[in-house]
Design a protein around this ligand. Structure first.
Ligand SMILES: [Mn+2]
Length: 341
């Protein structure tokens, strides 16, 4: 180790997660609503290992009703059951990549009927709603935390488990754009099992139907830049239902990755109209440092927290209601209480 490499942050103790999982007679794993590859990859990796050990396991999420198309090739999907098939009372309930009980959607009521609730997560804003909470906010993904748990448990990471862990790692690090040196070391291990890393990434992150292009054209054309907000500049767009048409959530979720590249803005926001109510919006926030290694980006986990959501320092979200003007005004107030007063 050379002096330039910062001392490693002490790792969170995962032994309590291992003992909880090892003692379970049956396990229900819950992923967050609108599941991404990190929550599903974590859930399906755990499911495969538990199944291998002969422990009955099911994986579920509240919505949407169907598994997102880009996730259907993940190994272990046979363990996914519809939300309605999750009983009111379960033995061990494990939540993966959920920062708060609200992220479970309609399945949050299953927490009350669980013998034990094990919360596995890496969101800084995690509310520690379990009976056992193993939260590592320095982990690049929840699948990174799951990999550490499997190592401590002595459970081998085979090719199918590696596929799931890699899916969460590559998406949560933005194809290794962020995340520390540990994420590359884990990627190396997972790739060494023989998984097709390029194919997994392309299918999860770089594959969209043709209709994505005209949708982007409409949405990006409405982008607005408020250069003086929050001392950093705010860029935002609205994604309305009529913009989305029949496209998937994958296409909608991709918009923030374009918006956040705006040089003049330290904070980027995408306001997404929900399908259930035209007055309800889910909002994605991203922030960026002013330079390389400056570490001065706006803490958008705190901003989202002020608006009822949560997340990570540089990536967060919340759900809100109101007119488009209301939404922008509320975000501006949360970003810059001084400027707005
Ligand atoms: Mn995650």
């Amino acid at each position: 180790m050379t002096a330039e490499i910062p001392a490693e942050v002490p790792a969170v103790d995962v032994s309590v997660a291992v003992s909880t999982l090892a003692a379970a007679r049956s396990v229900t794993v819950l992923c967050h609503v609108q599941p991404d590859a990190d929550t599903l990859g974590s859930g399906l990796a755990l499911a495969q290992v538990l199944h291998r050990r002969g422990v009955p396991v099911r994986v579920s999420f509240a919505e949407p009703a169907e598994l997102p198309a880009s996730m259907r090739s993940l190994p272990g999907v046979e363990h996914v059951v519809p939300a309605g098939e999750v009983p009111a009372e379960v033995d061990l309930l494990v939540t993966v990549d959920c920062g708060s009980r609200g992220r479970l959607g309609a399945l949050a009521d299953r927490l009350a009927g669980a013998g034990t609730v094990l919360v596995l997560d890496h969101h800084r804003s995690n509310t520690r709603f379990g009976t056992v909470n193993v939260i590592d906010e320095n982990a690049a993904s929840t699948t990174t935390l799951v990999a550490r748990i499997l190592d401590a448990w002595g459970e081998p990471i085979d090719r199918d488990v590696a596929h799931c862990l890699y899916a969460g790692l590559v998406t949560d690090t933005g194809s290794f754009r962020w995340g520390g040196s540990g994420s590359h070391a884990l990627a190396e291990r997972l790739l060494a099992t023989g998984i097709d890393g390029g194919g997994i990434t392309r299918f999860l992150m770089d594959t969209h139907p043709f209709g994505w292009l005209p949708m982007l054209s409409r949405v990006l054309g409405s982008a607005r830049l408020l250069p003086e907000i929050g001392g950093a500049g705010l860029v935002y767009v609205f994604v309305r239902r009529e913009d989305v048409g029949g496209l998937r959530s994958e296409e909608v979720e991709s918009v923030i990755d374009i918006i956040r590249t705006t040089a003049e803005a330290g904070v980027a926001a995408v306001f997404k109209q929900t399908r259930s109510s035209s007055n309800t919006w889910t909002v994605s926030l991203r922030s960026r440092d002013t330079g390389i290694g400056t570490g001065d980006g706006v803490d958008v986990a705190r901003v989202a927290g002020l608006l009822g959501g949560g997340g990570h320092r540089y990536a967060s979200g919340y759900t809100t209601t109101g007119t488009p003007d209301d939404l922008v005004a509320a975000l501006v107030r949360a970003l810059d209480p001084v400027a707005a007063s």
